[in-house]
Design a binder for this molecule. Structure first.
Ligand code: G3P
Length: 231
C-alpha cells in the first residue's frame, strides 16, 4: 500500500520524505489556501522533494479551462497527477489527459457509481472521501469496499483506489484490509502511526538494561560499505 501525505505544507512534506516511507503527495485548493503559498511555486518545490505522484488540482470547473490548466500543470514536473473533480466536465478532462499519458486523480468521489465512471474515463487514481462520508452519517469505508469489489471484477480497470479524507489510523487499517492501493493522510495521522506506548516503554527498558552491561557496539563511519567488513 502506498502512503501519500495530504498537505500543502512543504516543511511537513520534507520531514516525512526523509523517513523514506512517503510515496506521494496530494494537495487541494483548501490546503493551498491554508498554506498561503503561491500554487505553482509550491507544486514545483514539492515535485523536487518527492519522486512519486504529486496531485495538483485544477481551479476551474468548465471543460476548456480545466483542460488548459491541467495541461499546464502537467508540464511542471514528470510526476504531476492532475486532479480534477468528479463532474461530467472533469471526467472529460480526465479522459483527454489520460489518453495523452498524463496521470489524473479524480477527486470528490462519494459513490461507487462515480468511481466506475472515473475508471471508464481512464483515471490513474480515484479519490473517495471516507471522512466526509462519516461526517454526514454514512460509512465511508463501505464505499471503499464497494469500489474494491467492483474494480476487482474487471481486468481492464487499472484505476488505483486512493483513499482520501482519512482522519485517523483506523481509517488506514480498514482501507488496507480492503486492499486499497493508496492512502493519503494528513501529516499528523502519518506521524501517529509510529506511536505505541508499549514501544516507548520497551525501548526505555532496553536502553536501561543495555547501560548496565557497560558495553558499546562498534560503529562504522557514514558511507562505509557493510558487506565485506571483518572485525
Ligand atoms: O485532499 C482531499 C481530502 O483528503 C480532504 O480531506 O479532511 O478535508 O475531508 P478532508
Amino acid at each position: 500500500m502506498k502512503f501519500f501525505v495530504d498537505t500543502a505544507e512543504i516543511a511537513d512534506i520534507r520531514d516525512l520524505a526523509e523517513t523514506g516511507l512517503l510515496d506521494g503527495v496530494t494537495t487541494n485548493p483548501s490546503l493551498v489556501a491554508k498554506s498561503g503559498r503561491q500554487f505553482i511555486d509550491l507544486v514545483k518545490e514539492i515535485c523536487e522533494v518527492v519522486d512519486g505522484p504529486v496531485s495538483a488540482e485544477v481551479a476551474s470547473t468548465d471543460f476548456d479551462t480545466m483542460l488548459a490548466e491541467g495541461k499546464f500543470l502537467s508540464t511542471l514536473a514528470p510526476n504531476i497527477a492532475v486532479k480534477v473533480p468528479l463532474t461530467p466536465a472533469g471526467l472529460k478532462v480526465c479522459k483527454t489527459l489520460s489518453r495523452d499519458g498524463t496521470m489524473v486523480n479524480v477527486t470528490l468521489c462519494f459513490s461507487a457509481a462515480q468511481a466506475l465512471l472515473a475508471a471508464k474515463a481512464g483515471a490513474t487514481f480515484v479519490s473517495p472521501f471516507v471522512g466526509r462520508l462519516d461526517d454526514v452519517g454514512e460509512n465511508g469505508m463501505n464505499l471503499i469496499a464497494d469500489i474494491a469489489q467492483i474494480y476487482a471484477m474487471y481486468d481492464e480497470i487499472d484505476t488505483q483506489i486512493l483513499v482520501a479524507s482519512i482522519r485517523h489510523p483506523i481509517h488506514l487499517i480498514e482501507a488496507a484490509k480492503l486492499g486499497a492501493d493508496v492512502a493519503t493522510m494528513p501529516p499528523a495521522v502519518i506521524r501517529s502511526l509510529f506511536n505505541h506506548p508499549l514501544t516507548d516503554k520497551g525501548l526505555a527498558q532496553f536502553v536501561a538494561d543495555w547501560a548496565k552491561t557497560g558495553q558499546t557496539i562498534p560503529t562504522l563511519p557514514a558511507g562505509k560499505k557493510t558487506k565485506s567488513v571483518v572485525l
